[in-house]
Ligand binder design. Structure first.
Ligand code: GLY
Length: 367
């Protein structure tokens, strides 16, 4: 049964780049008919990864072709390694070999890696062609499919090369989530909790009320949950498309989280690192007198429910994390930028956190 919801992403000043996100369970037929209206019979390409290709991608390509569309398909190996410069070159060469032109579209069907890589390839191929996102993981559905940030990694830095290239449309079918292992859902759940913490505390209540016996409690609620998260994301992106101000609140948990990812050589899943980072940011907010301990405890309880860590793993030291905290490369004083809470649903950005407060928060978040 389809349960289609729509969210509009409005991008000032002209609105020329506005687009719609469709969310629901079993919405792929809608996606096919709308993609057909966008692209007609112009030669276009689906980009996916080998795992998604097997379970959803090949069937989706057949549906698109069955509607009369002229679709080629390229697949990259599953995993972060595919978000590389070399892989981007391979994808671009495929696009050229398929004779895609400036009227063609690229349809990215997959998780964050495929979405970021596909968005990047679409943004530079012939100076930019249309990109459509069909996200298949929770992380991609609530975060990376919207907002137009594209990226590939360099060997020395994640997301080091990229563009802003908004999709033309997004189709988030929550049926995809049923095929994900709990660990992958938990990874995305960190970002879900983030939206609750920074802007819409009703997301936290929805999780608290429906997951006491596990993630199955969400099986009928995914469209509602994904929609609430995407409303927050699209509002924030609409206010600050190019990440110069308000959009930075989407990095709640990402300061200490990023440091921990670096310390663990990016072995730790992103969501786990962000969970630790959110807990740390709550402790800092608490020690600055901005929130009381009940707020941090509420976030920690939810993280715990999804087995997301709040403390440093035993083999990571406080000193190593302090050393790897990301510094603002553009500012000459290279300060550390934190996203803190004044309350649940009320986040702000600051680079004025005394070092002793950071150390104290990290100490509290040590096992
Ligand atoms: N994932 C953070 C952003 O889109 O700005």
């Amino acid at each position: 049964m389809s349960s289609l919801r729509r969210i509009s992403v409005h991008l000032p000043p002209t609105g020329a780049l506005d687009y719609t996100i469709a969310v629901g369970s079993d919405i792929l037929d809608t996606a096919v008919s709308e993609l057909k209206s966008f692209l007609g019979t112009r030669r276009s390409m689906v980009l996916t990864d080998d795992h998604v290709h097997e379970i959803w991608g090949a069937a989706f390509v057949e549906k698109l072709r069955g509607s009369g569309m002229n679709i080629e398909c390229a697949s990259v190996p599953q995993g972060e390694r595919s978000k590389s410069w070399e892989c981007a070159q391979t994808v671009l060469a495929k696009m050229m070999s398929f004779s895609l032109n400036r009227d063609s579209g690229l349809i990215a069907v997959g998780g964050g890696v495929v979405g970021d890589l596909g968005g990047f390839a679409a943004s530079v191929y012939m100076r930019g062609i249309s990109c459509f996102q069909v996200p298949t993981t929770l992380l991609a559905q609530v975060d990376s499919c919207v907002g137009g940030k594209t990226a590939v990694d360099l060997p020395t830095a994640k997301n080091a090369v990229g563009t802003f290239h908004q999709p033309k449309a997004v189709y988030a079918d929550t049926r995809f989530l049923n095929t994900l292992p709990d660990s992958a859902l938990a990874n995305g759940m960190a970002e879900v909790i983030k939206y609750g913490a920074i802007r819409d505390a009703s997301i936290l209540a929805l999780l608290e009320d429906n997951t006491s016996k596990g993630l199955e409690g969400l099986s009928d609620l995914w469209p509602e949950l994904v929609t609430r998260c995407l409303r927050v994301k699209s509002d924030v992106v609409a206010a600050d498309e190019f990440d110069r101000g308000e959009r930075m609140i989407l990095n709640f948990g990402h300061t200490a989280g990023h440091a921990l990812e670096v310390v663990t050589g990016f072995e730790m899943p992103h969501g786990e690192a962000v969970a630790f980072g959110m807990s740390t940011a709550c402790r800092i907010s608490e020690s600055l007198g901005l929130i009381d301990s009940s707020v941090s405890e509420r976030i920690d309880r939810l993280l715990d429910r999804f087995h997301l860590p709040q403390s440093l793993p035993e083999d990571a030291s406080i000193e190593a994390v302090l050393e790897c905290l990301p510094r603002d490369k553009k500012a000459s004083d290279r300060k550390i930028r934190w996203v803190l809470l004044r309350d649940l649903g009320d986040a702000f950005v600051t680079d004025e956190v005394p070092r002793d407060r950071i150390v104290a928060a990290l100490k509290r978040n040590t096992t």
